[in-house]
Write a protein that binds this ligand. Sequence first.
Ligand code: SF4
Ligand code: SF4
Length: 331
Amino acid sequence: MPLNPLYISHLASGGLITNYYCSSACRHCLYRCSPQWPKEYISAEQARENLQTVRRLGCLAVHIGGGEPLLNPEGVAAVLEVANQVGVHIEYIETNSSWYRSHAAACTLLDSLAEQGLSTVLVSISPFHNERIPFYKVKGVIAACRETGISVFPWVSDFVADISTFDDQKTHSMEEYQQLFGEDYLERLPYRYWISPGGRALETFGRFSTQKPISQLAAESSRGCSELAEVGHFHIDLYGNYVPGLCGGLAIGAEDLGTPLDPETYPIISRLYSKGIGEFESYATEVYDFTASQAAYGSKCELCYEIRRFLVVEQGVDSRELQPQGHYVYG
Ligand code: SF4
Ligand code: SF4
């Protein structure tokens, strides 16, 4: 049976990934960002191309995320300027607050970004972030936003009480949280926080899921991964990769959006979209001699990631659709 090509004909809501390097390495990070990534940042030209693509496909507003975007304030300013020129509204910038040094310096930076049109900052608040970033920095950024008239989107306020139990001048490990709030603290986090089942969340939370044999996962996803067609929370990165759905490590060239994907160029995404994880596993076994390391997995996405990592890291596959390679190398 021929493959049914994925066709992204329009975009609803999403974001621009300006960089993958990050001052944190959160256990749940969908894009496996960390300090290990090279310090590469989106150029003004790539930002323009991405935003023109987004606009062409009907989306007139995006957010800016990373990695930590504000590790390069000049880069953020350039993106804001380009967004103004292209006519795409920037809804907010996400930040982990690690860049905070003093109230005065934070106000100066935020003032200058407000002049470029920045109106809202999404401030990350979670125990994952608190493993690497002292909470006084988060509070400092929130105070600086208030002083400079920038709206704060706290994500998520529900954790403030937990985090405030500890010394805000220091970082605190998940083990400390578990000692204080119970051994099952980590396991319960997905009930309090929207965590996408991808990226490092696969390793962090997969063990808490019911383990299913590959044959069962294949049968359950035999109608294909419709997630790949989701356009309600898309991302386009600094290399011109459109991330289909929330499937970090898979990529469609931004130039290929707006037309049905060619299965010759996108054999993996086409198989996953048409026939699901079973078809992808059969393809990887047949063409690349893949052998699963486990008999059962917590989700189809865990197996999907294991196969993709095998292709990139073990087999040296360099394809348009397994990008950025750092997702597999630095993750
Ligand atoms: S979740 Fe955000 S702060 Fe944490 S590693 Fe990923 S990009 Fe960095
Ligand atoms: S199995 Fe792969 S393609 Fe399908 S939803 Fe999971 S990560 Fe995405």
